[in-house]
Design a protein around this ligand. Structure first.
Ligand code: UD1
Length: 433
């Protein structure tokens, strides 16, 4: 079956989740999906071989590899190692079938414009979480001196020369910051990106660009200053730990009355999340590269509001709803970035959640126990949110369209099982609609 995101999905595969287990143990988190894909795109900026370590073994990495191959790169993926060899002559057309399969494919736009002053980039695919325009990406490139139009389903960008500029973003968009940054590193003169995104994955990209010889200042702040250089060199870089996956396990502990130690994530990347879980009743200790979440009994309700980093990440919103669904009390969850993420609420209602939404807010009254049902994942995080909810449901919950989860979570079922969850990957048709 081909989905709206263009992914060939094995329709007969689903997860069976038997509720009731308390998740206990240790889990190791590897590099972030939302970083590695951008770092792979950054490899286009320098001729030669770039090596990325600590890469997650997820479906999106080989998909991004296909995108880079279509541009002329050689890509070698070996476990957590990704090696990209970028030729002197790159193809400027990124319009292969792989482009439509993931959102991050659009991040080849900035590097191609930076290197070639010419790019034809197919509009990206990715999660169905709401409208995802590219106006800020395009406006940024225009301010650097490129033309940018949408033609026949592609962004077409062209420049005689790229010149540094003062760029104000209307919103601290992650993707727009990345694309503008990756074009600006090879522009003439100085670019200042104001109201830039501050996510740890942006900092990771800035670090790698610096290692490649780029002059970037202000990483992790809302003002990025880039002094353009004429050439960059390939590098070896370790991908930052996946804070969203780390937070997933933190929510799993809070929801199941569990005790989970997470390693491989900087706990400061989750300061607000861990504080929220403390308010919900969890006992949390942090160390250099991880944290431990211990929940004794049922969590109490907490309100959540999604915002750009350092606010509460929109990617964690389904987990906030899942936690609220089984917490003691009523929670208000406000979504400020991607309206369609609240589709998740409908699936939670199938599982017996007492929840309603007006499309911007969700009000969730916690119930002591959910009730198993067949449910469908609409995106990566919604899929994982449904598995977490299934852990707190009576009976066996079937989660369908799990290819979404495979796009972003390495060894998901194995990690669940190691922590004591009864989660299995199964072949077979849905038992009921
Ligand atoms: C990235 C992440 C995604 C995460 C999101 C916000 C990847 C592959 N995906 O997505 O998991 O949920 O950041 O943390 O890294 N917008 C515009 N015009 C633009 C660009 C964005 O209006 O040109 C809007 C979007 O519709 C959205 C908001 O800005 O409402 C934030 O989007 P953005 O930060 O760009 O998200 P992505 O980079 O697409």
């Amino acid at each position: 079956m081909r989905t709206a995101q263009g992914i060939i999905a094995p329709v007969t595969e689903h997860f069976q989740v038997r509720g009731g287990a308390r998740l206990v143990g240790e889990v190791e988190v590897v590099g972030a999906k939302n970083s590695v894909l951008k770092l792979m795109a950054a490899a286009l900026l320098a001729e030669g071989t770039t090596t990325l370590t600590n890469c997650p073994e997820i479906l999106d990495v080989p998909l991004m590899g296909d995108v880079l191959r279509s541009l002329g790169c050689t890509v070698d993926i070996d476990g957590d190692l990704v090696r990209i060899t970028t030729p002197a002559q790159l193809n400027h057309r990124a319009d292969s079938a792989s482009m439509g399969k993931l959102r991050a494919s659009v991040c080849v736009l900035g590097p191609l414009v930076g290197r070639l002053r010419h790019a034809v980039v197919a509009l990206p695919g990715g999660d169905a979480i709401g409208s995802r325009p590219l106006d800020m990406h395009q406006n940024g490139l225009r301010q650097l001196g490129a033309s940018s139009e949408i033609e026949h389903g592609c962004v077409v960008a062209k420049a005689e020369a790229l010149r540094g500029a003062q760029i104000w973003l209307d919103f601290p968009s992650v993707g727009a910051t990345e694309n503008i940054l990756m074009a600006a590193v090879l522009a003439e003169g100085t670019t200042v990106i104001d109201n830039a995104a501050r996510e740890p994955e942006i900092v990771d990209l800035c670090l790698m660009l610096q290692e490649m010889g780029a002059k970037v200042e202000g990483a992790g702040t809302s003002t990025l200053t880039v002094h353009g250089v004429t050439e960059l060199a390939p590098t070896e870089h370790r991908v930052v730990g996946d804070r969203i996956v780390g937070a997933t396990w933190a929510f799993a502990a809070a929801m199941t009355g569990g005790d989970i130690t997470v390693k491989g994530v900087n706990p400061h990347h989750l300061d607000l999340v861990l504080e929220k879980l403390r308010t919900a009743g969890a006992e949390i200790t942090t160390f250099d590269d991880g944290f431990r979440v211990v929940q004794d009994g049922r969590a109490t309700s907490v309100d959540f509001m999604t915002l750009p980093y350092p606010g509460f990440a929109t990617d964690l919103q389904p987990f906030a709803i899942a936690l609220s669904a089984v917490a003691d009390g009523t929670s208000m969850i406000t979504e400020n970035l991607f309206e369609a993420r609240f589709r998740f609420v409908e699936e939670m209602i199938r599982l017996g959640a007492d929840a309603r939404t007006d499309g911007h807010h969700a009000v969730v009254r916690g119930v002591p126990r959910l009730s198993s049902a067949p449910v469908w994942a609409s995106d990566i995080r919604a899929g994982v949110g449904l598995v977490l909810a299934g852990l707190c449901a009576d009976g066996v919950t079937e989660v369908w369209d799990v290819f979404h989860i495979d796009r972003g979570y390495p060894k998901f079922v194995e990690n669940m099982q190691r922590l004591g969850a009864d989660v299995r990957r199964v072949l077979g048709e849905p038992t009921r609609a």
